[in-house]
Design a protein around this ligand. Structure first.
Ligand code: LLP
Length: 443
């Protein structure tokens, strides 16, 4: 599978953004996240076209949790996207990139007062309030500080998307949001309307991630429109914004067939328009906040292959070959967390048929298998392994486990490669350490 600008060049090697991946590995070292700028921008453009052509004025916000750094903020600003931030750290990054406050949405199921102060002081466009307790705090803070806040209420539509259990959020049994069915959401509308410095702008839901069809979104949109009708009937409140979260899945494996951005948007917008007409409601401004479908397929991680060993096993084919790489769960924890599966190839032999069945093992002091049983080109120590679709929730979830240094990320485009996140140094690893004086002397 070749994604975005990936292709096999004249030397038979994998090229991304016009850059030979073997050259990238030699120049920047491995593990290395390679981000395909043209694909990121073309995904943004597809979202823009899909929404602008059907519902002009819709808002697209990039969910920064998927992959955030200063350069990403700049790209999203240029692409005309808003930014969804989910923590003080993400907001701080956006602020340092001078991302326009009027295009930032602040999320979080348990925002601290510090985070709310930052959001108010930076003047973010929307605070997405998750629960009644937060609403109470925000009410007090806005009055004490003489500030106003434009908010959305995060609702829980009570439906279960079919995705990995750890990335489902739409069902009633979730820590997120205000349940529509038990009256919590309507109570929060009443509460918000009573807050003098809070302007309720509308509603939000996010039902889950890596969804390979739009079924659950249809249902959620219908439930939300019914709720908007109910809220209007009960309180006279008409929602101006409806934010339908993120969730569109990507191709991790060749066998994955998510709908295209255009198909996904077409289906959801058609359902929304039908439901609004049925309920005779004024159309709210539609907001969507994709993360994975913007950056996921645009990322490839390059690793160097080290030791290779074959052991006998009971099952077919009678043996397993472990190919060890110089990274693992610290740069990509998704296989461990979500049983995520990936495709990979030997970058220097990208033009050859995959012929060897191997298991790609990470370098951490535990099982740490990155990919079980995958067919790749003949592999030798020193080869560069390229793992695809690692753009979302990889760097974002990377850790320093075993005191590994987090890898660098390069942005590639038209044959140019530039560092957007520098590789951590050994000194970076010690930056936060301190030694109490009683331990500092020699025994
Ligand atoms: N909006 C909200 C409120 C969210 O919680 C999320 C993702 C998104 C938007 C973006 O969703 P996306 O378009 O990326 O599906 N670490 C997990 C994914 C967690 C997603 C959390 N929320 C993974 O690696 O699969």
């Amino acid at each position: 599978m070749f994604l975005g600008t990936q292709r096999v060049n004249a030397l038979g090697r994998l090229e991304i953004g016009g850059c030979d991946t073997l050259d990238l590995a030699a120049r920047f070292g491995t593990p290395l996240y390679v981000m395909d700028e043209a694909l990121i921008r073309s995904n943004c453009c597809q979202y823009r076209r899909a929404f602008e052509s059907r519902l002009p004025g819709s808002v697209l916000a990039y969910a920064g949790k998927a992959f955030l750094c200063l350069a990403m903020c700049k790209i999203m600003e240029e692409e005309g996207f808003w930014l969804d931030v989910a923590s003080a750290g993400e907001l701080y990054t956006a602020a340092k990139a001078d991302f326009p406050a009027g295009r930032i949405m602040m999320h979080g199921n348990n925002k601290s007062e510090e985070e709310l102060v930052m959001a108010l002081d930076y003047g973010v466009a929307r605070i997405v309030v998750d629960n009644a307790w937060e609403l109470g705090i925000l009410d007090r803070m806005t009055q004490e500080r003489g500030q106003t806040a434009d908010i959305l209420l995060r609702t829980t539509p009570g439906i279960d998307p079919h995705t990995h259990k750890r990335i489902r959020t739409g069902q009633a049994d979730t820590k997120f949001g205000l349940n529509i069915h038990n009256g919590a959401a309507l109570a929060a509308v009443r509460q918000a309307l009573d807050c003098p410095n809070i302007r309720l702008k509308g509603f939000h839901f996010h039902i889950g991630s890596q969804l390979l069809d739009a079924h659950t979104h249809h249902e959620a949109v219908r439930i939300l429109v019914d709720f908007m009708r109910e809220a209007a009937g009960e309180t006279g409140y008409q929602a101006e914004d409806l934010n339908i979260g993120g969730g569109l899945g990507i191709r991790y494996l060749e066998s994955h067939c998510p709908p295209s951005i255009d198909e996904f948007s077409e289906e959801i917008i058609a359902t929304l328009q039908k439901a609004l007409a049925h309920r005779k409601l004024k159309p709210p401004r539609l907001m969507q906040e994709p993360g994975r479908s913007i950056v996921g397929e645009a990322g490839t991680t390059l690793y160097t292959v080290g030791t290779i060993k074959t052991v006998p096993i009971k099952e077919e084919p009678g043996q397993r070959t472990y190919v060890a790489i110089d990274g693992g769960m610290s740069d990509n924890p998704r296989p461990q967390l979500y049983e995520a599966r990936y495709e990979a190839l030997i970058a220097g032999k990208a033009g050859q048929e995959p012929s060897e069945l191997v298991t790609v093992a990470g370098k951490h002091c535990e099982t740490d298998i990155l990919i079980w049983d995958i067919r790749i080109q003949p592999v030798r120590p020193g080869d560069i392994l390229a793992v695809q679709s690692t753009g979302a929730y990889n760097y974002a979830m990377a850790s320093n486990y075993n005191r590994f240094r987090r890898p660098a990320a390069v942005l590639v485009k038209d044959g140019q490669a530039e560092i957007i996140i520098r590789r951590e140094s050994y000194d970076d690893l010690l930056l936060q350490d301190g030694v109490p004086e009683r331990l500092a002397g020699k025994p």
